[in-house]
Design a protein around this ligand. Structure first.
Ligand code: ITT
Length: 194
């Protein structure tokens, strides 16, 4: 079977690394990064939903390259914060670093007992003829301190239901990909392309 070749519209090196690791399990997909098709700059994301942002990024790269593109918009929804930081996950703290975002999240949840949260990922594909989205979720809770060295972003604070007693940052990339929002969205994408 010839794999579907898509440009992956991301500047997030961690996402790219995770997805590259998934591809051996998803032989129907081949992803090409932005540098290898000569795209400079960051895809815009000014929407207020994951779907809108994912479509915006994929359309932007498709308009520049004329090639079929996929984009990921993802983030963390915390129930006690009314779904925040959501689409603002990367820009949650003024510093916009993973460390500052995690520190702010811990401080916003000080004394809060309902710590339910989920990671969400929406993938949008734009190929010039069609546009569509698929999504994936990972349910869990926010811990009381940072744990683990793997992954990125909020992983050291996120305790997935499917790995009791461990944070996402304590899982290998392979184990994270099996249960993660992004892993699930890519499986959905490969199924829908297959
Ligand atoms: P691109 O737009 O270039 O793809 P980005 O980092 O801006 O990269 P998003 O807009 O999708 O990506 O923001 C995702 C943010 O959500 C990311 O910076 C993390 O803070 C958080 N996030 C998403 N997936 C995550 C994961 O698997 N583990 C931990 N944090 C994650």
């Amino acid at each position: 079977m010839t794999p579907t070749r898509l440009v992956f519209a991301t500047r997030n090196a961690h996402k790219l690394k995770e997805v590259r690791a998934m591809l051996s399990d998803l032989p129907g997909l081949e992803l090409v990064d932005l540098d290898s098709v000569g795209v400079q700059g960051d895809p815009p994301e000014t929407g207020d939903t994951f779907e809108a942002n994912a479509l915006q990024k994929a359309r932007w790269v498709h308009a520049l390259t004329g090639l079929p593109c996929v984009a990921d918009d993802s983030g963390l929804e915390v129930d006690a914060l009314g779904g925040a930081p959501g689409v603002y996950s990367k820009r949650f703290s003024p510093e916009q670093t993973h460390e500052a975002n995690n520190a702010l999240l811990l401080s916003r949840l000080e004394g809060v007992t309902d710590r339910r949260a989920r990671f969400r990922c929406v993938l949008a594909v734009v190929d010039g003829e069609r546009e569509w989205t698929v999504d994936g979720r990972c349910e869990g809770a926010i811990g009381h301190g940072l744990r683990g060295e793997h992954g990125f972003g909020y992983d050291p604070l996120f305790l997935p239901d499917e790995a009791p007693g461990r944070s996402l940052a304590e899982l290998s990339m392979e184990d994270k990909n099996r249960i993660s929002h992004r892993g699930r969205a890519f499986v959905a994408l490969a199924t829908c392309l297959g």
